[in-house]
Unconditional design. Sequence first.
Length: 126
Amino acid sequence: MKRIIMIGVLCLLVATVVASIVAFCLIRNGIKTARTQDTIALIITAMDRRLNHETWESGYDPVLETKREFPEVRVRDGRIVDEWGSPIEVTIKEDQTGFSFNIVSPGKDGRLGTSDDLRRSGRISK
């Protein structure tokens, strides 16, 4: 009888540890997602501040401008990176009335074009 109780207690302990690890991983991933969304918002803020007054031809660089405005943004190999260490893609196109932008983080899996990508698109008027 004691052996059955000991096995039951051991199984309960193992299940608790596994559940704690799974919960930690989910929370950690959620925090990384939120921080990456914050980084994307900072890129947009830096673009909005500068592109309202300048044109694309003036040599606007989203990496340099974002890092200048927000030094806490992580840059590696000349590119802004997300919380998983993957480069965030920033595309800006100018037309007669303003700028359209598309910003994409590949998310947790590090691959663009999958369901976990974090994406923001928008427009900044001149």
